[in-house]
Design a binder for this molecule. Structure first.
Ligand SMILES: Nc1ncnc2c1ncn2[C@@H]1O[C@H](COP(=O)(O)OP(=O)(O)OP(=O)(O)O)[C@@H](O)[C@H]1O
Ligand SMILES: [Mg+2]
Length: 249
């Protein structure tokens, strides 16, 4: 059905924590250039899936391919380098640093090329890049504000700017609207749609009505397995999905 080559393929991917099986050999292909979402009840394994796909946890079994290349077993820092970035379910910024400093750190960490420039030129370029990223997520005017003093929605946006510092071809977003007000949620969803126009995005989201409206493709994870995948309309019409997920509200 999908002609585009996949940005990410997982093949029989498994993850155990001791004797607990969090992912039961899942297989899926994520077409490049799409906005896909993974939905599923609490504890379904959504964050675990992202942790494995972003290199934070090694899989217990199975293979991982990114842009056609087998990346199973690559070190975590390599995942960022090849173009996979993740923003976390829990806000993950340096509270005492300003918005601009947070993004600057992310830019510096991800770009070895700045080390090749003269220190002054490199500093300037990093600073400009950080400011451009802040503007990208709507925080340009708040660059000097300490991260801790930003509203929750702004902190999440800051984290997105930090993830974008790596210029990822694939952006993984774990519940980017968690804890947000309806207004903040709207701003974040608009940003996600914009970001997805430029790169592949996979989203984990609980507020399912939101993702239904913006995603090309949904996958439903339940007890560590993909129960269904399809367009939002197909998922809405799937009787089993309704039983395990939609019924819970
Ligand atoms: N590091 C870990 N060690 C042990 N068990 C873990 C670990 N991480 C996750 N689990 C377990 O794996 C299962 C899946 O957790 P995961 O966080 O992936 O679910 P989730 O779908 O993201 O849930 P939520 O919607 O609450 O964020 C849970 O039962 C959880 O307790
Ligand atoms: Mg989770």
């Amino acid at each position: 059905m999908n002609a585009a080559p996949p940005i990410l393929e997982v093949d029989n991917l498994g993850k155990r924590f001791g004797s607990f099986v969090a992912l039961r050999g899942v297989s899926a292909r994520f077409p490049a250039g799409q906005l896909s979402a993974i939905i599923g009840p609490n504890g379904a394994g959504k964050s675990t899936f992202f942790n494995v796909v972003s290199g934070a946890f090694p899989p217990s079994s199975g293979r991982l391919r990114f842009q056609g290349r087998d990346i199973t077993g690559l070190a975590q820092h390599e995942f960022a380098r090849i173009g996979i970035a993740k923003s976390f379910q829990i806000t993950n910024v340096f509270p005492r640093l300003s918005a601009h400093e947070n993004v600057r750190v992310a830019v510096q960490m991800r770009h070895a090329r700045y080390r090749l420039l003269q220190p002054r030129a490199a500093l300037h370029e990093v600073s400009e890049r950080a400011q451009a990223l802040l503007q990208r997520v709507g925080l340009g005017a708040l660059r000097h504000r300490a991260a801790a003093e930003l509203a929750h929605g702004q902190q999440r946006a800051l984290e997105v700017a930090m993830a974008l510092a790596a210029e990822p071809a694939l952006l993984l977003m774990d519940e980017p609207t968690a804890g947000m007000s309806p207004e903040e949620t709207k701003v974040m969803m608009d940003l996600i749609v914009q970001l997805a126009a430029e790169r592949s995005v996979i989203l984990v989201e609980h507020k399912m009505k939101l993702v239904m409206g913006i995603c090309q493709r949904l996958l439903v994870l339940h007890h560590g397995e993909f129960l269904a995948e399809g367009t939002p309309d197909e998922i809405k019409a799937n009787a089993e999905v309704r039983r395990v997920y939609l019924g819970q509200g």
